[in-house]
Ligand binder design. Structure first.
Ligand SMILES: *[C@@H]1O[C@H](CO)[C@@H](O)[C@H](O)[C@H]1NC(C)=O
Ligand SMILES: *[C@@H]1O[C@H](CO)[C@@H](O)[C@H](O)[C@H]1NC(C)=O
Ligand SMILES: *[C@@H]1O[C@H](CO)[C@@H](O)[C@H](O)[C@H]1NC(C)=O
Ligand SMILES: *[C@@H]1O[C@H](CO)[C@@H](O)[C@H](O)[C@H]1NC(C)=O
Ligand SMILES: *[C@@H]1O[C@H](CO)[C@@H](O)[C@H](O)[C@H]1NC(C)=O
Length: 894
């Protein structure tokens, strides 16, 4: 953050200069040849072709102001501290810089002040130490409240072994030594310069100003032996200066270890590694920063670009520094020295916080004024990267037909307005069917009227499959690097290099999928990469939304609200919470060309729980698993299902609202990950009429104060469930036909619910009976004879889970209110007993009829919403009865 003066030369020879602490001999700084990599960076920044000439032309065309603006913006520098004590032919004043950087401050170079004083009072012979010191002190004090720090270049004049006990007599002699040397005045006599240093430090300390001290390399002609910061021992031990704040510049290169040691031992010593970056080779920069961090506390190390004369040097310095710091911190993570959060915090400290404290900068408010940079390469690199790297936010709602839909806003807009106020949406949204994006006729909803889709911020999350895309891509790179490293190690140890070479080859040829090959350290590497460098890590977020009719007033059609409403009744009347755990059955389909036409074919043709099927789909399932994990959705089990290309992922139960949210995200994840792998995942109940169907069976239990109340508390119960559990389940059984329009919402749903397909075709319940629509379940871990939950099989992947759960809870409440009992369970195949059993509705038309007759739901779900749901279902019935093949398109929607 600390910068010396910048000025401008339009000369081709000196595009990339570095700081020169003494007045340069030529009018232009002296390092004429930019490294190829620097040239490349600048060419990229300016969008010019890769030659010095082309770059030069670009910057001439932009002109001074524009090219400076481009560089500073891309460099993302918040604070410029300018040392205006450098003599150059053309200098722009400090004020000029304020249009490029939010905060500009001045650094006072004390030797320069002294030289100016001696030059101005140009009658040399009249100076005495006394008269000089009077003016010098006055001068320092008069600017003390206008500068942010003092700075000394004593290192380059007489070295760092500052004699803090230098006497007035010695200083006086030194002064006349300086004066006798002739014009221009150059203070280099050790006694005199030490004297003014000590004095300046006293003033700095009395004004609580820090002092920058040049250390390590600088000019070519300096005596490197004298710039070792260990020479500062006298000064650092001097009791008068224990409260001073000193920052050693330039990483003290090549004495970085020494500097690190001093910072660890002396509270007053801080470090700055400007100039070491970007002047050294990349490895030089890395090793010097590593050495600097070996002992020094992380909160004492800061960075400055040390840019000078050309705006490009600021950009290069900033860019290289970020790369170097990233590399160093990444290694620290990989080696286990730092955790990722620690590394991120360290990056922030190094690039901002430490300097803010050291120079007492109040830049927090001004920081936010910085406009986004022009250059693409740094757009993502932001301290606030958690927000800045997000492009879009998807605002998701689930309609009456169970389709996931979203509106998308740029993140900026989300935070400025939509996150709070939502987006507008037509009232017709809850009247749409699986086949029409207009309101169905009997829904009582029309194209007139608007609601607000307002995000529920508690559900906002990153799209995990986007980051895992980078992840798998990056994992590949990381893995290669790690393997390479391993091979080197083997070679170095003198054995097995041939096999490790093979290993390298093999691994490089493997398709890499997340997690399977990535260990924790690599994962940290990646996180850091994304966080600090923003390596292409453009992200999106998604959030579930509620429907409001006006601010603060929920719309009576809102499905999430419907679930909350009935959950509240259950809580208020019975002090019960419903827990739900969903299974997800889905098919993976690949695209094949048959007679020049694209068709969907199953991913494989294996059988139930096939190990080969699972193995083949592992890369996808692993990525799904990792994505769900990142969303805190807990997967309990996965297996290949009986259908061709069919799989199942079972989720752990949680309270019903979260379970429904989680189910939505799970379906999003499964479909998205499959898409990434070139497959289509579908939850359609019966996408192929000649294959097994897919359900979204749900396990229901009741809890009170976190305790499972569904399960019997002792062995005396008839069925292993409590009386409360039985009454609730009996309510569900009782109303099951009218629950179906909620949980099996398409005509196609009834193609699945057939006898002998483990989907529950008869109105009955059973204990561990896979053919019963309601199954009392005693999973492993539950004591023998006890039942912990019941599974509803007549729930499928086209159902809106909020409405589905709301209908189940409604029926359960009725069972509780009426103290219903369960009939005898059915053991064995209900098909055999079908004479005595009621068949569940065999079609959507029948189940809607059952719902029409059932008055319970009108009060609980709400009349208007119920009308809309029935209207949508009737539209489905009509459409699919008229379009027999239309079900084939469902795979693209569910
Ligand atoms: C400088 O000061 C000396 C002694 O005070 C005097 O003799 C001389 O004339 C002065 N020179 C100038 C240029 O003022
Ligand atoms: C500083 O000046 C004094 C007095 O003229 C002289 O003895 C000494 O050598 C000078 N020191 C340096 C380092 O020039
Ligand atoms: C940066 O992050 C902080 C905390 O996460 C947040 O309060 C602040 O608004 C963010 N700033 C910007 C510009 O997004
Ligand atoms: C519920 O029914 C059982 C018998 O099935 C009976 O023992 C109990 O008292 C009833 N409870 C209520 C609240 O009606
Ligand atoms: C249909 O909508 C109108 C206007 O919103 C409303 O007044 C009426 O009660 C609704 N009828 C039904 C059956 O929901």
């Amino acid at each position: 953050m600390r910068m010396p003066i910048t000025l401008w030369h339009l000369t081709p020879l000196s595009l990339f200069s570095t700081a020169s602490p003494k007045p340069p001999a030529t009018p232009y700084p002296t390092y004429p040849i930019p490294s190829t990599s620097s040239l490349k960076e600048i060419a990229q920044l300016y969008g010019s072709s890769l030659s010095l000439h082309a770059v030069q032309e670009s910057r001439q065309r932009f002109g001074l102001e524009s090219s400076s603006a481009i560089c500073f913006k891309a460099a993302k520098i918040s604070v410029l501290l300018i040392d205006d004590g450098i003599e150059l032919d053309k200098k722009l004043d400090i004020k000029w810089h304020e249009s490029f950087v939010p905060t500009v401050g001045r650094i006072l170079r004390v030797e320069h002040v002294a030289e100016k004083i001696l030059e101005k009072g140009s009658n040399r012979t009249t100076w005495t130490l006394g008269s000089f010191m009077e003016i010098f002190t006055e001068e320092l004090k008069s600017v003390a409240d206008k500068v942010l720090a003092f700075k000394s270049i004593v290192a380059y004049r007489s070295g760092l072994a500052i004699n803090t006990e230098v006497t007035e007599k010695e200083a006086e002699e030194g002064l006349s030594d300086v004066l006798s040397a002739g014009n221009p005045i150059r203070i280099s006599n050790k006694s005199f310069i030490d004297y003014i240093f000590v004095h300046a430090l006293k003033v700095a300390q009395s004004y609580d100003l820090p002092m920058q001290i040049h250390t390590g390399f600088g000019d070519k002609d300096l005596d490197l032996r004298l710039v070792n910061p260990l020479h500062l021992r006298n000064l650092l031990e001097d009791k008068r200066f224990l409260k001073s704040r000193l920052v050693l510049l330039h990483a003290s290169y090549p004495f970085s270890k020494e500097a690190s040691y001093l910072a660890s031992v002396y509270p007053q010593v801080y470090l700055d590694f400007g100039l070491a970056i970007p002047k050294l080779s990349f490895h030089g920069m890395i090793s010097s920063v590593k050495e600097l961090l070996e002992l020094a506390p992380m909160n004492k190390v800061m960075f400055s670009t040390d840019g000078i004369a050309f705006a490009e040097t600021f950009y290069l310095g900033a860019k290289k520094a970020r790369e170097v710091v990233f590399s160093v911190l990444r290694d620290a993570c990989v080696d286990g020295d730092l955790s990722i959060p620690e590394a991120i915090a360290t990056a922030k400290d190094i690039f901002a916080e430490n300097a803010k404290q050291f120079y007492k900068l109040d830049v927090s408010s001004k920081n936010s004024d910085v406009k986004p940079p022009l250059s693409s390469s740094f757009q993502e690199e932001e301290l606030n990267s958690s927000l800045k790297d997000v492009t879009f936010v998807r605002i998701i709602w689930i309609d009456a037909s169970g389709q996931h839909r979203c509106r998308v806003v740029p993140q900026q807009r989300f935070y400025s307005s939509v996150g709070k106020h939502g987006v507008g949406l037509t009232c017709a949204c809850m009247g749409m069917s699986s086949t029409s994006d207009g309101p169905a006729v009997d829904t009582n909803l029309t194209a007139s009227g608007e609601i607000r889709i307002v995000p529920d911020l508690s559900t906002k999350c990153r799209l995990p499959w986007l980051s895992s895309w980078i992840f798998s891509d990056m994992a590949y790179m990381i893995r290669s690097e790690m393997t390479l490293f391993h091979s080197f190690k083997c070679l170095a140890m003198g054995f097995c290099h041939l096999s490790s070479y093979c290993l390298l080859k093999t691994i490089l040829n493997l398709p890499i999928f997340i997690e399977c090959l990535v260990n924790r350290a690599e994962l940290q590497y990646l996180h850091l990469q994304i966080t600090i460098c923003g390596m292409g890590a453009k992200q999106q977020e998604m959030v579930l939304a509620d429907m409001f009719i006006e601010p603060g007033k929920i719309w009576e059609y809102c499905p999430r609200e419907a679930l909350r409403r009935v959950s509240k009744i259950l809580k208020d009347e019975f002090d019960l919470v419903v827990n739900a755990g969903f299974e997800n059955e889905f098919f993976l389909l690949k695209s094949v060309l048959r007679d020049g036409k694209e068709e969907r074919a199953p991913f494989d043709r294996t059988s139930y729980c096939s190990t080969a099927a699972f193995d083949a789909a592992s890369p996808i399932l692993e990525e799904v698993f990792a994505s769900l994990q990142s969303l805190n959705i807990i997967v309990e089990q996965l297996h290949a299902e009986a259908g061709k290309g069919q799989f199942e992922i079972a989720l752990k139960y949680t309270d019903c609202s979260r379970a429904a949210d989680g189910l939505i995200f799970t379906r999003e994840v499964i479909r998205a990950v499959a898409r990434k792998h070139g497959l289509l995942a579908t939850f359609v109940p019966k996408y192929a009429l000649d294959d097994i169907g897919s359900g979204s069976h749900v396990h229901i239990s009741l809890s009170r104060n976190g305790e499972n109340i569904f399960m019997a508390s002792d062995g005396s119960s008839r069925y292993g469930m409590s009386k409360i559990g039985e009454a609730f389940m009996a309510g569900v059984l009782n109303h099951l036909p009218s629950i179906l329009p909620f949980t099996a919402p398409l005509p196609n749903s009834y193609d699945r619910i057939q006898p002998n397909t483990w989907s529950g075709a008869y109105l009955c319940w059973g204990k561990e009976n896979k053919e019963a629509p309601l199954r009392a379940a005693s999973p492993p871990g539950v004591a023998h004879g006890f039942v912990s939950n019941f599974e509803i099989k007549t729930f499928d992947g086209c159902a809106n889970p909020y409405l589905g759960l709301a209908s189940i809870i409604t029926a359960g409440i009725d069972g509780l209110r009426r103290n219903l009992s369960l009939p005898e369970p059915v053991d064995g195949d209900p098909e055999i007993l079908k004479e005595n059993l009621q068949r569940l509705p065999v079609s959507l038309a029948e189940s809607v009829e059952a719902l029409e007759k059932d008055t319970l739901f009108r009060d609980m779900i709400g009349e208007k919403l119920l009308v809309a749901i029935k209207g949508v279902r009737k539209a489905e019935v009509k459409y699919y009865s008229e379009n027999k093949e239309a079900y084939k398109d469902l795979i693209y929607k569910y």
